[in-house]
Design a protein around this ligand. Structure first.
Ligand code: M6R
Length: 605
């Protein structure tokens, strides 16, 4: 999704701005631009390199703002790229989000003689600020925002005040970075890591003015000063590098063992068969008395929640509902004060998931979060929660974060289960299985070369279905989502038992099926489903338990996976599915880290 970076200080701004944009590339974008008051604006469609290529002469100036745009209103063109300017070039702005009443504002501005050169809602915003600018850019922004409905994270400059950047936030993240030789602003804290770890997260409805050596935060509506203490980012800039891997996606899949260790660190009390989650301490009593838990998320976070539902119901005896966040936010909620809402989000910024939290609060429900990005909006807006500790995830396709979400659900299952009907022995078995998981995943990753060979054979098919049962149904969905995202293959996830209710009609020699068939309590059912598929001559790739011969006789390709406790089996099965999607994507020559049309965090509806 769009990215913002800005700097004001004593260093030359242009290389910092370009570098800042490069760190935001992973979020997905289609055009980029910078504005340096002493030089002007430069924009380009396509990669940051195209923008850099236009900057052939030295750019003077020690302040500026920059943007990567992911098209929403209007196509990816130079005219639509940010920064945008007002009529006189006296105000420049970069903006993430959507101005909902832009048509109304545009009509009003047109009546005042303002003309427009782009199709963007952002141009309306900057031109509105321009009409209100009387020499203090912070005041002009404040007055303009009083008329705006919608979501924004924005940064504004004027050539008349080149030593100030004004930023504001409503629904789209803005973080200030406090440096030693200047101050920074970004829409994503990872862009600040190369310069500082001391950050201030703006909250919705706040505006800040930064200069080389100061920052001041106030509310937009009442101009009340806010004293905000800087927070320290724990992530290291090294975590943002590829470490010799060809792609971030590959690196992040191979990080799985380390990710599990980090997610589990200090959270298992194996001898007692319990889990300890500091961020949940304040709601422990409530969790033990819940009637039900509602889980919401989007994409992979939704599928992780589906796995969480199976586990929480099966092992913890807690009734659970799972909803796509984009649906939950608009559906009628039947009041139930003895339930709580748990939002799952890697980025902690997903607009639909955030909206669910607001809605749950309106119904007086306790809100909980499972979030990877420390300090993100969902982490701050929920009453309690758990951090994934997976480290920064750069590839658009979520892999290590998904694995860590499952691990957090395993911990939650222990935590909640032991306060309900889970026995100590059952708790110990799960805790031990989790402890052994990093080593197990190391052995799974050794199968990467074999998976690559298989992937190359499956790369030319146009369609495929992933099937699984019970815990592996959401894993089938996750496998299909990854293949769609990075290999652009039409893939669907199905519960194996559903095949004969429709999709089996599509199967033939050209329509492969990928079957998740570990030897769990639905294994025999799965074997029957695979037999049904083979009877239609569809090629089958099956993921089975080590030493399985029954499925191997039926199918075309087989990948054996270690036998583990059934609760952790879906985690073991996910890693090879992620590798499969990765290898198919690269076999087809795609940019797997930045799939077309996708953004890393979806901060607009
Ligand atoms: O940041 P979030 O976890 O809230 O993001 C949710 C989805 O947008 C995300 O999982 C998306 O589906 C990924 N591209 C999946 O690989």
């Amino acid at each position: 999704m769009c990215g913002i970076f800005g700097y004001v200080g004593t260093r030359t701004a242009e290389p910092l701005l370009l570098e800042g944009l490069r760190t935001l590339e992973y979020r997905g974008y289609d055009s980029a631009g910078i504005y340096v008051p002493e030089y002007g604006a430069v924009k380009a469609v396509g990669p940051i390199d195209a923008l850099a290529a236009k900057l052939t002469e030295p750019v003077p100036g020690t302040s500026g703002i920059a943007h990567t745009r992911w098209a929403t209103h209007g196509e990816p063109t130079e005219a639509n790229a940010h920064p945008h300017q007002d009529m006189s070039g006296g105000v420049w702005l970069v903006h993430n989000g959507i101005v909902e009443n832009y048509q109304e504002l545009r009509d009003g501005l047109k009546m005042q003689g303002v003309s427009f050169t782009s199709e963007t809602d952002t141009e309306v915003l900057v031109k509105l600020i321009g009409t209100l600018y009387k020499g203090d850019i912070a005041d002009a922004v404040t007055n303009a925002l009083a008329q705006v409905r919608g979501a924004y994270g924005l940064a504004v400059m004027s050539p008349r005040e080149p030593d100030r950047i004004v930023v504001a936030r409503m629904g789209s993240p803005i973080v200030l970075g406090l440096g030693t030789d200047g101050n920074f602003v970004a829409s994503d804290p990872s862009a600040l890591l190369a310069h500082t770890k001391d950050v201030i997260y703006l909250d919705d409805g706040e505006l800040a003015v930064i200069t080389a050596d100061s920052h001041a935060v106030r509310t937009i509506s009442t101009a009340e000063q806010r004293e905000k203490r800087p927070e320290r980012i724990e992530w290291d800039v090294e975590a943002m590098k590829k470490d010799g891997f060809a792609h971030y996606m590959e690196k992040e899949i191979f990080e799985a063992p380390q990710v599990i260790e980090n997610t589990l660190r200090g959270r298992l009390i194996t001898e007692k068969g319990r889990a300890k989650l500091g961020g949940m301490e304040s709601v422990l009593d409530e969790l033990s008395r819940l009637n039900r838990l509602q889980l919401v998320g989007c994409g992979s976070a939704y599928y992780a929640s589906e796995v969480g539902r199976y586990w929480l119901e099966e092992y913890a005896g807690l009734p659970v509902e799972v909803e796509l966040a984009s649906e939950y936010r608009y559906k009628r909620n039947l009041p139930d004060t003895k339930s709580a809402l748990l939002a799952v989000s890697q980025s902690g910024e997903t607009a639909d998931t955030r909206a669910c939290i607001q809605k749950a609060k309106e119904h007086d429900l306790t809100t909980l979060g499972v979030v990877n990005a420390v300090g993100s909006t969902i982490a701050r807006e929920t009453d309690a929660g758990v951090y994934n500790h997976a480290g920064p995830e750069i590839a658009v396709a979520s892999t290590k974060a998904f694995i860590s979400q499952l691990t957090v659900f395993a911990l939650l299952t222990l935590l909640i289960g032991r306060s309900r009907d889970m026995t100590q022995a059952d708790g110990q078995a799960i805790a031990r299985a989790l402890e052994e998981l990093p080593g197990v995943l190391q052995s799974v990753l050794k199968q990467a070369p074999k998976l690559q060979q298989v992937a190359e054979r499956y790369a030319d098919y146009r369609d495929t279905i992933f099937i699984g049962r019970k815990f592996h149904t959401p894993i089938a969905h996750e496998g299909a989502l990854k293949l769609k995202e990075v290999a652009y293959i039409h893939a669907e996830g199905y519960a194996g038992g559903e095949l004969k209710h429709g999709p089996i009609a599509m199967l033939d020699e050209q329509f492969p099926v990928i079957a998740m068939a570990p030897q769990d309590d639905v294994y025999e059912k799965m074997v029957s489903n695979i037999a049904e598929v083979k009877a239609r001559k569809a090629p089958v790739l099956a993921f089975v338990s080590e030493g399985d011969t029954e499925v191997a006789q039926l199918v075309d390709d087989v990948i054996e996976l270690p036998r583990v406790h059934p609760l952790v089996q879906p985690i073991v099965s996910t890693v090879p599915l992620h590798l499969l999607a990765y290898y198919v994507g690269i076999a087809k020559g795609y940019d797997v880290d930045k799939p077309r049309n996708l953004a890393k965090s979806v901060t607009v509806e």
